[in-house]
Design a protein around this ligand. Structure first.
Ligand code: PEP
Length: 254
């Protein structure tokens, strides 16, 4: 099964709405018309409305960085799936390690968000990955197994084409340390095996598994050439149009 690579930019808590306009225009002008690799930008909520208008005529998709599992109501400060859909958002990053670390998200709470996203035609980018301590104590695959099984509990196989996984070793996020190509491939292949156990071989083979953690133009090609690496979730390097688009070009050539 051939999978179209996805390069997604996680802007985190950076850029005001007006700053986003410049960055999006630059990205659009470099990679906005190519369709070989799917490109997605995930700016802060406050930029989504402007971003939505700017990407309308381009091949760039829009994503959010988080979402409530609740459909509406008394949840001060939260944003629902339907609010995102109304702004033509297609993807939503869920379970990012920063959400797990600073906002107490667990596999169980993330699972509710993943299900709410898919029920509302949003494509979840479900983030998994081990901490340094877990890797050093040989627990990487156990951690990933629990994250996959618990975070995807009750996920309908009929929605498998909308699911995106992102393997992001926590020790590589924003640190400049990257998993080697072989380390990434090992965990990606293991993740696909877990998806096969849950959904069957053919559905699992259609799921894109992104790598995230200090991916840059210099290391992108090696990572993206691995059999089970189907794109990247890019943090720091996505704030520069030049770096982000170089990664997209590495994906096109991988
Ligand atoms: C991320 O936050 O998802 C990420 C991968 O960050 P960075 O590329 O900066 O490591």
């Amino acid at each position: 099964m051939s999978r179209k690579n996805l390069i997604a930019g996680n802007w985190k808590m950076n850029t005001t709405a007006s700053e986003s306009v410049d960055l999006i225009n630059e990205i659009n002008s470099i990679v906005g018309q190519q369709t070989h690799t799917q490109v997605c930008i995930c700016p802060p909520f406050t930029s989504l409305q402007k971003a939505s208008g700017l990407v309308e005529q381009s091949a760039v998709s829009l994503g959010a960085q988080n979402m409530s599992a609740e459909p509406s109501g008394a949840f001060t400060g939260e944003i629902s799936a339907s609010m995102l859909r109304d702004l033509y958002v297609s993807y939503v990053i869920l379970g990012h390690s920063e959400r797990r670390q600073y906002f107490g998200e667990t596999n169980q709470t993330i699972n509710k968000k993943v299900l709410a996203a898919t029920q509302n035609n949003l494509k979840p980018i479900y983030c998994i990955g081990e901490t340094l301590e877990e890797r050093e104590s040989g627990k990487t695959l156990d951690v990933v197994r629990s994250q996959v099984r618990e975070g995807l509990e009750s996920y309908p196989v009929s929605e498998i084409d909308n699911l995106v996984m992102a393997y992001e070793p926590v020790w590589a996020i924003g640190t400049g340390k990257t998993a080697t190509d072989e380390m990434a491939q090992e965990v990606h292949a293991f993740t696909r095996t877990l998806l096969s156990e849950l959904f069957g071989d053919a559905p699992a083979s259609s799921v894109r598994i992104l790598y995230g953690g200090s991916m840059k133009p210099e290391n992108a090609k090696g990572l993206l050439s691995q059999t089970d690496v189907d794109g990247g979730l890019i943090g720091g390097a996505s704030l520069s149009a030049k770096s982000f688009c170089s990664i997209v070009e590495a994906s096109i050539n991988s």
